[in-house]
Design a protein around this ligand. Structure first.
Ligand SMILES: [Fe+2]
Length: 287
């Protein structure tokens, strides 16, 4: 593949270089920082990330790395359920903020930025998936499913590699839907009713909406009818097709389209050092 070097301005205005494919359907494959701090050694992570809308900087000699790349990753995630990349968390947060994304908690009383470590049932917050499943594998779910408006995106970021995978499933992704572009849409997804949450704030909702739009968490959604029980079995069944994302690189992250893909942590019984930072976002551009 023919490549050429292009300049990029990072959010901190450090000059970086990248290789850019000149093949049809351009894709920027790798960029790194030339400054001594070397804070950037980023890979765009996903195959076929489009860069057609990367813009020249104000001096006409470089490319602005910030908003464009996260916007492209978000577009990729919307289209395929999730995207992956490698980036220091502060830069990722800066890019999200430039896009107008709002960090939001996924549980009441929590901060929007949470450090996740595997917990036993006894250590976990009440009513969390860890309280139910402990260190065992979690079921596929939507983060913040008990909110009326669950977050659009969930970022999972690992400073260091670890050996507990994250499972991902979306009918929009060929890796987890062998019949793509045929999108399975069982009628019970929209028809089955669940009681979501508890206490005075509980409400009724289905697990699916028109198109591909999910709200599902068996930890906080109780099926009310037979169609909803079918939904539970459906998501248990498709979990067998889930894509296994391995955390193999420093500064690796997943950008999950929280309403079009479900995710879960794999079995963590044999891990003692998994630390993942989670940030959920409401993204104005998706509304
Ligand atoms: Fe989650």
């Amino acid at each position: 593949m023919k490549v050429r070097s292009v300049s990029i301005l990072t959010p901190t205005a450090k000059l970086t270089h990248a290789y850019k494919s000149e093949a049809p359907g351009l894709s920027l494959t790798r960029a790194w920082c030339l400054c001594p701090c070397s804070v950037l050694n980023v890979s765009l992570g996903c195959e076929e990330i489009p860069v057609g809308n990367i813009e020249q900087d104000e001096h006409g000699e470089g490319l602005r790395l910030s908003e464009v790349r996260l916007a492209n990753l978000a577009e990729f995630a919307r289209r395929e359920g999730w995207a992956t990349g490698v980036m220091p968390l502060p830069i990722l947060r800066l890019e999200a903020s430039k896009l107008g994304w709002t960090p939001v908690p996924t549980r009441k009383g929590e901060e929007p930025v949470v450090e996740l470590r595997p917990k036993t049932s006894d250590e976990a917050s009440p009513r969390s998936l860890s309280a139910i499943h402990g260190l065992n594998a979690q079921p596929l779910h939507t983060d913040g499913a008990h909110f009326l408006d669950p977050p659009d995106f969930v970022v999972l970021h690992a400073e260091d590699p670890n050996d507990v995978a994250t499972l991902l499933w979306s009918p929009l992704n060929k890796k987890t839907n062998s019949k793509y572009p045929v999108i399975p849409a069982p009628e019970y997804l929209q028809g089955g009713m669940f009681v979501v949450g508890g206490g005075a704030e509980k409400f009724l909702a289905s697990a699916g909406a028109a198109g591909v739009r999910y709200r599902y968490d068996p930890g906080c959604m109780i099926p009310c009818d037979e169609r909803a029980r079918k939904v539970v079995r459906y998501f248990e069944e498709v979990a067998k097709d889930a894509y296994i994302h391995e955390w193999t690189k420093p500064q690796q992250f997943l950008l999950i389209s929280n309403r079009t893909a479900l995710h879960a942590r794999a079995d963590a019984n044999n891990s003692s050092d998994r630390i993942i930072t989670r940030i959920a976002y409401q993204a104005e551009i998706s509304r």
